[in-house]
Design a protein around this ligand. Structure first.
Ligand code: GUN
Ligand code: ZN
Length: 674
């Protein structure tokens, strides 16, 4: 089995899953094909819809003597006339829906293997979500028993072991942990169809998050029976990789049209807000007047076009780092989805471990829930853990974000004035939606790369206040000034002015002139470099990198921003203008290795990998023997051997907690070698 990551956002990922019948890119939507009745023929599904993978029910094939015979003699691929990756289900769902499954749980796994299925599923026990807990517990034990026996039978078929547990999160956790111990290939989350049908999205989110935390990150997660485009973006954000859809034809049978924003019955449609080939060709009245069979087929096609389109949209969003923004649009389609999204606040710590450190897209504030995303959380966390204000600046001047960046440029005149007046111990910071942003960190992702409405909501005002309070509690200044200028921020500061003795200025001339106690020599550029280094690599990195020797820098001719930093004339670091972060050189890596004990900032590889790494080849995860668990995807890392000798520097694809799980695929992209 192999599954490797190509890109990621949130807990969502673009991956490559390898099967006997070829590779498939995830997130993948598998249309369900019924071997008996094909609403839309397989050939058409491939040609018109670009379907890459299917799922069919082995139970239906097994029950029908004729189909069984063909499948056993010629293989299930021949039976369905499809030569690509094919998954088979076991009949669990039929047992639940119709109670008519008369099949031995082990026999059905052997059967899936014998008909040449690429991915088979155990016969998991599936019941209504609200049955008593004792019953669900017993079902899980039976499902686990079957999973263990089935693993022995899988042969060269990939085996999916379903996590059940109804609505009981502790049972879901138990089931996931037990399943994770098995050598399975795919982990479906089962028993969730009733939650989706009844719009119980909050419980669905809790189930997925609970299960996901306890499953190996290197295995694909399949959300069983999820075929509605309104849930795809959210489900992918939570880490689901595979979806199957029978819904497209089930909904069509009831004249219901799917959209990424919900479902609309044909009776309630006056217009078709869609431009798929069906909706481009027909009007609502055409669909209504069609013979029933034809109408069902057309609606099924529309449903499928819309579903595949949404999957592509989700993948594009992962590529550009805007999956959170897409989800924030989607969850506004239904209050139950919004409620479900709001639950994610509880899990922000988990998201923070996997969310990339930098994204191609800016952080868009689309509502108060945006502040519960991992980006603001990470900023606040690093500010507490890694930031310390310049020692020589004992007075804080806070300036409100007025929507123009970079802040130091917008406030250029004021800053010049302060310098001219010789107010050398004044530390400049900005009050923003993320809380206090010291001038040193204004360019770091997502501060510089954020777009925020200039009228705040109550939650944002509350959040800013809490961040301000945190900052002023942790960092002691002899005096704090705030320059009025933006209503919402002014209100926040007023609220805390008593507690922290903040002096509110109506204009900058009100700043007292007698603030400089001694003549001190500050270098704001060095301060900035030091703080960014601490923020990026950890407290103490800035001191190690910049303090001893002669540091010089070169600015970009176009933007005037600092681009290259030299130590004794030799290149030490580059400052990436789009992210505000450094990229390392070998020289810088050596300094950091000396300053931080292993495994901090490091990824250690075994001897086999050493020659490849030295030649600049990517580090494959299977060669990694140890690593810093605090690494985030997209971070600069130092590659060493087992003896902690420097080999190279690069960018991590994986999060620190993932290295030990992945056995396939690239873990680190190397930029420079020794
Ligand atoms: N199809 C939809 N839900 C399920 C489930 O929970 N288990 C299996 N095996 N198939 C399903
Ligand atoms: Zn359409």
């Amino acid at each position: 089995m192999s599954f490797e990551l190509k890109d990621r956002d949130g807990l969502g990922r673009i991956g490559i899953l390898e099967t006997k019948h070829g590779k498939v890119e995830t997130p993948v939507l598998m249309p369900v094909i019924n071997p008996k009745i094909q609403t839309i023929p397989v050939k058409k599904l491939i040609e018109n819809f670009k379907a890459k993978m299917f799922i069919t029910n082995s139970y239906i094939i097994h029950k029908d003597p004729q189909l069984r015979e063909i499948a056993l003699s010629k293989g299930v691929h021949k039976l369905l006339e499809f030569n690509g990756p094919l998954m088979t289900d076991s009949g669990s769902f039929q047992l639940y829906m119709y109670g008519d499954v008369q099949v031995d749980p082990i026999e059905i796994v052997r059967f899936q293997r014998d008909i040449g299925s690429d991915i088979g599923v155990i016969l998991d026990v599936f019941r209504e979500p609200d049955v008593p807990k004792e019953q669900v517990k017993a079902d899980i034990e039976e499902t686990l028993r079957r999973a263990k026996l089935s693993i022995k039978e899988k042969g060269d078929m990939l085996l999916a072991v379903t996590v059940q547990g109804g609505k009981y999160l502790d049972l879901r956790k138990y089931c996931a942990k037990e399943m994770a111990k098995l050598d399975a290939d795919i982990y479906p989350i089962g028993g969730v169809v009733p939650f989706m049908e009844n719009y119980r999205f909050r419980e669905l989110v809790e189930i997925i998050m609970t299960v996901k935390q306890h499953l190996p990150p290197c295995k694909p997660i399949h959300l069983f029976g999820c075929g509605h485009p309104m849930i795809f973006a959210l489900a992918v954000l939570l880490g689901c990789d595979m979806f199957d859809s029978a819904s497209y034809s089930k909904y069509a049978l009831d004249n219901r049209l799917m959209f990424p924003t919900g479902t609309i019955h044909l009776n309630n449609l006056e217009y078709l807000p869609c431009s798929c080939p069906i909706c481009s060709k027909y009007d609502v009245s055409d669909l209504r007047e069609m013979p029933k069979e034809e109408r069902i087929r057309k609606i099924a096609e529309h449903n499928l076009y819309v579903s595949f389109e949404e999957i592509r949209r989700v993948k594009q969003a992962i590529r550009e780092g805007s999956l959170w923004e897409l989800v924030e649009m989607r969850v506004r389609s239904h209050p139950n989805l919004l409620e479900a999204y709001r639950v994610l606040k509880k899990y922000v710590d988990i998201f923070e471990q996997y969310d990339p450190i930098v994204k191609k897209s800016a952080f868009f504030y689309t509502g108060s829930e945006s502040l519960n995303r991992p980006e603001p959380y990470r900023y606040a966390k690093r500010l507490i853990e890694r930031y310390s204000p310049p020692q020589l600046a004992s007075i804080l001047l806070l300036l409100p974000d007025k929507g123009v960046k970079p802040y130091t440029k917008y406030y250029g005149d004021i800053l010049n004035q302060i310098r001219k007046r010789g107010l050398k111990n004044v530390h400049i910071a900005f009050l923003t939606i993320f809380g206090v942003v010291p001038f040193e960190l204004e360019e770091v992702y997502p501060i510089q790369q954020s777009v925020v409405p200039k009228i705040f909501d109550k939650d944002a005002i509350f959040y800013i206040g809490k961040q301000l309070e945190e900052y002023l509690t942790r960092n002691s200044y002899s005096k704090v000034f705030y320059l009025k200028g933006m209503n919402d921020f002014d209100e926040v500061v007023k609220e805390y002015s008593k507690k922290f003795k903040i002096v509110i200025l109506n204009n900058i001339n009100e700043l007292p002139t007698n603030l400089t106690e001694t003549l001190i020599d500050r270098n704001e550029i060095l301060e900035k470099l030091r703080c960014v280094a601490d923020y990026q690599f950890g407290k103490g990195a800035g001191k190690a990198l910049f303090e001893k020797d002669k540091i010089t820098w070169k600015r970009s001719r176009e933007t005037g921003k600092i681009r290259y930093i030299y130590k004794d004339g030799e290149l030490l670091l580059s400052l990436v203008p789009t992210s505000g972060f450094f990229t390392l050189t070998i020289k810088a890596a050596k300094i950091l290795l000396e300053s931080f004990k292993p495994p901090k900032l490091r990824v250690a590889v075994n001897a086999d990998a050493e020659p490849f790494v030295k030649r600049g080849r990517s580090v494959f995860s299977k060669f990694v023997v140890d690593n810093d668990p605090e690494i985030r995807p997209g971070e600069e890392v130092i590659v060493v051997n087992r003896e902690d000798e420097l080999l190279a520097i690069g960018k991590s694809i994986l999060a620190g907690t993932e290295f030990s799980f992945f056995k396939k695929g690239v873990a680190i992209k190397i930029r420079k070698t020794i």
